[in-house]
Ligand binder design. Sequence first.
Ligand SMILES: *Cc1c(COP(=O)(O)O)cnc(C)c1O
Length: 422
Amino acid sequence: MSPETLVKEPFLQTESHPFSYDSFDRYVMTTYGRFPIALDRGQGSRVWDTEGREYLDFVAGIATCTLGHAHPVLIETVTRQIQTLHHVSNLYYIPVQGELAKWLTEHSCADRAFFCNSGAEANEGAIKLARKYAHEKLNIANPIILTAHASFHGRTLATVTATGQPKYHKGFSPMMPGFYYVNYNDIEDLESAIAELDANERQVAAIMLEALQGEGGVRPGEIAYFQRVREICNEKGILLILDEVQVGMARTGKMWGYENLGIEPDIFTSAKGLGGGIPIGAMLCKSFCDVFEPGSHASTFGGNPFVCAVALSVCQTIEAEGILANVQQRGEQLRSGLRAIASKYPHSIAEVRGWGLINGMELKAEVELTSIELVKAAIAQGLLLVAAGPKVVRFVPPLIVTAAEVDRALAAVENAIVSLGN
Ligand SMILES: *Cc1c(COP(=O)(O)O)cnc(C)c1O
């Protein structure tokens, strides 16, 4: 079957499918504060709700739908792989998993990959690897992992502990031992934390950071900070783990977030954009710290033929279709457009910042307007956005977004701000 025969025409905007919010809320746990929109169709950078309303999707499943919705390559790969082999155990060799690992290591600083199903699980793998390395190579009995305030690393017990945001810890104590928090982009705080821990005979085994803090407010890492972090790690034999779950896979206009900082991590993780919306996570490392052996770590679904074939297609499409250049150009266009809006509404907007197609618009602390209110106003203008904390609105469209779509999004943002009376 050729991709052409598989791709359906975009659904008619007027088509409507009855949906019951009450029934959904009756049966699904309320772990999310949901917007009253029920989405059931997508094409490119657009999605439609059950009432037939169209939205520009600048959320992309939170920086996940790399190639947008219903991309022909995804349709072709999913169809081919489900007809061939979708799942077998890692007790056997899975050729396409090897091909994906080869592609990822050839396009990054890492030598080896482990596959799992999500960002949290990839970070769990990184934490376990760092602890095992500390025990076996550094002879540290109680290894400490430093992470940053305002970070986000996932919702499992270890990764939520690694996440330096008290609101995510509430109700779940006791938290996992072995974590310690420092201020992001603050080298003095990091150095004094290591010195203080040293003085108490608590040894730091790893430092885990995001190259750009996504969920914590779209805060890019500073080059000087990360270069010094790398030096400290080299001097002290500390592992540098970068959580690339949100910023990896071309999101920043470079393949990996760390390329913006001129450093290489020892271990890094990927998930969100890796499968273009199919659930897959990966933990990659340099060979010197690969201390896993048979039985150390595992995942039943991790790296199955289905998800690996899709992720490999996503990787190859990023290369073949010049996605990095599009991310750089559309990112510039979006940031300069948002900055123009910011200068028109200086009472409401404090700053616009980001890399490539992960950008944040920060609202003025002194105005009452919250990120959620702006997100709601944008929805009314047919634009989906996602908050990154109470004062920052995040723009993370599919990486195939067009110039015309960025212009439409900018117009919608301005209309949304005007509609709020700012
Ligand atoms: C989303 C995210 C995670 C968690 O990924 P899940 O797939 O939801 O477990 C971890 N780290 C970062 C930086 C993220 O953005």
